[in-house]
Design a protein around this ligand. Structure first.
Ligand code: T46
Length: 135
């Protein structure tokens, strides 16, 4: 069964020199899945909330590329709030975890690496339906 314990902050490699920093992510090496899709959220207005869904099979790594935001993860038993503000940390989210995102700073950019292509059938967008299947 998937649980919040499997979701964790992953400390990504950071190569630092006088020209600045470089971070990279390799599928199946730094994260427990292969990367099939990349998308990003940006120009998020102050006070906006995103998420409000769970995925049946999708694995994701969520990174604050710029600025900061919060993510609340919920496995149907407990909830945990993460504050993301560093581009060398990624939050790994396994399948069957409800997520809500808020507290976006101005200029925040949220990069997501995903294990599969976009598929609306993979979403739970109704919390009661998610709870019915997850418990
Ligand atoms: C997640 C959080 C962090 C696509 O057509 N292709 C895509 O790859 C994605 C991600 C979305 N869409 C469409 C589906 C909706 O019509 O874009 C529209 C907005 O998507 P949504 O309301 O799901 O956006 P968020 O920011 O609430 O959630 C997204 C991801 O959907 C979700 O997997 O974990 O970002």
């Amino acid at each position: 069964m998937n649980s919040l314990e499997q979701c964790r902050l992953i400390d990504l490699p950071k190569i630092h020199d006088a020209r600045g920093n470089l971070t990279f992510v390799e599928g199946e090496r730094h994260i427990p899945f292969d990367i099939k899709r990349v998308y990003y959220l940006y120009d998020v207005p102050g006070g906006a909330e995103r998420g409000g869904h769970a995925h049946r099979d999708l694995h994701q790594l969520i990174i604050a590329m710029s600025g900061s935001f919060d993510i609340v993860l919920d496995d149907g038993r407990e909830k945990k709030r993460f504050h993301l503000s560093r581009s060398y940390y990624g939050l790994y989210v396994c399948p069957m975890i409800w997520r809500e995102m808020d507290n976006f700073s101005s200029g925040a950019v949220c990069l997501v690496l995903a294990s599969n292509l976009y598929d609306e059938a993979d979403y739970y967008r109704n919390y009661d339906e998610f709870i019915r299947d997850v418990i």
